[in-house]
Design a protein around this ligand. Structure first.
Ligand code: KIV
Ligand code: ZN
Length: 385
């Protein structure tokens, strides 16, 4: 059976940029947008145009620059927001307006002091109005993760009737469990009339570390778009990480799903966003962290030297990393030392290796990590040429 496509909606420049203290200027946003386009992202959420003149300008410039991807602007279910978003997207080849409103009891009662009927009316009016501006309208039901399935299905059905093309089901607070989120998507697939006219989108936050698992559960249950950010950045604990979902779908053919992302751009794009935003990526971050392909214990090093796949499920080249690294520490064994020595031109026989290894351990106990120049010094001190 052929693989079905999952659209990748990148919101690094909107939800991702909501990280406190990480405001990007227009120039940086343009560099990121250009890279996302090159990498094969399907939809770039370029900003929230009504929020500030700077954000408006960024969406205008990104709309002019981007060649392949759709460019999207966020709005509340408010006419003025929609007017400004439509204006900012004027030059986009494929514009999308992303409008919506909170649908959970928390939002309806506490944020809006409103009722389900009134929220339904605001949602449909916003979609109807946005539809007079552009053809592609994504509707978000904010806090869908904590919204009862009956009301969620009702609002989805009504916005489809007035022209919504994509239904975003955000787990805004990162509360759902993967099965629960997947069940929600399945419920919508089975209970919303006209659901086949729209794409269901997963937008998961990472408050419990479940954003990636929830997004995968969502697409396994029938959603066909994932909203994510580079390095998983975003409000609080962040959003779904783009590199994780892309590589999960790629490494698991049994899911029969694929994206259009050119994965060899993942590592360099992660570095670019980290540098421009000034946010360090944790070393053990899946797929693109600095330790993702580094092996430091003796047993693992021996296995990887014999066959990379013993301890690696991704070929580092597939994500744009040159090669796996063998880190020399006091926990490394002879195989790793011999391997690294060979890389810098020293083929050690067994006796030489024993001699050098003892010196290596002494130094490794004193230092955290042993580098090539350390090996060179140890080997030369042992009179090995
Ligand atoms: O998390 C969320 O609910 C959002 C919406 C505004 C789409 O970011
Ligand atoms: Zn969000």
């Amino acid at each position: 059976m052929a693989k079905e496509k999952v659209y990748i909606f990148d919101t690094t420049l909107r939800d991702g940029e909501q990280v406190p203290g990480c405001k990007l200027d227009t120039k940086s946003k343009l560099s990121i947008a250009e890279r996302l386009d090159e990498m094969g992202v399907d939809i770039i959420e370029a900003g929230f145009p009504v929020s500030s003149p700077g954000d408006f300008k960024s969406v205008v410039e990104i709309s002019k620059l981007v060649k392949n991807a759709q460019v999207c602007g966020l709005t509340r279910a408010v006419k003025k927001d929609i007017d400004i978003a439509a204006d900012s997207l004027k030059n986009a080849k494929y514009p999308r307006i992303h409008t919506g409103i909170g649908t959970s009891e928390y939002h309806i009662k506490h944020k809006f002091n409103s009722t389900e009927e009134k929220i339904l009316e605001r949602a449909t009016s916003a979609v109807k109005y946005a539809k007079t501006k552009v053809n592609d309208i994504e509707f978000y039901a904010e806090d869908a993760g904590r919204t009862g399935n009956d009301f969620l299905a009702k609002i989805c059905e009504e916005v489809i009737k007035v022209g919504a093309t994509v239904l975003n089901i955000p787990d805004t607070t990162g509360y759902c469990l993967p099965d629960e989120y997947g069940e929600k998507i399945k419920y919508l697939k089975e209970n919303v009339k006209g659901i086949n006219k729209a794409i269901i989108s997963c937008h998961c936050h990472n408050d419990l570390g479940l954003a990636t698992a929830n997004s995968i559960s969502g697409v396994s249950s029938g959603a066909r778009q994932i909203e994510c950010t580079i390095n998983g950045i975003g409000e609080r604990a962040g959003n779904t990480s783009l590199e994780e979902v892309v590589m999960i779908l790629r490494q698991h053919p049994s899911l029969k799903l694929q994206t259009s992302i050119k994965s060899k751009y993942l590592y360099s794009t992660s570095l670019m966003v980290s540098e421009l935003m000034g946010i360090i990526v944790q070393p053990n971050k899946a797929v693109i962290g600095s330790n993702a392909f580094a092996h430091s214990s003796g047993i693992h090093q021996d296995g990887v030297i014999k066959n990379r796949e013993t301890y690696e499920i991704i070929d580092p080249k597939d994500v744009g990393v040159d090669k796996s690294s063998i880190i020399l520490t006091a926990r490394s064994g002879r195989a790793a030392l011999a391997y690294r020595a060979k890389n810098i031109g020293f083929e050690l026989d067994k006796i030489q290796l024993d001699k050098v290894y003892n010196e290596f351990l002494k130094l490794a106990d004193a230092k955290k990590e042993i580098y090539d120049d350390d090996i060179q010094k140890i080997v030369k001190a042992a009179n090995i040429k």
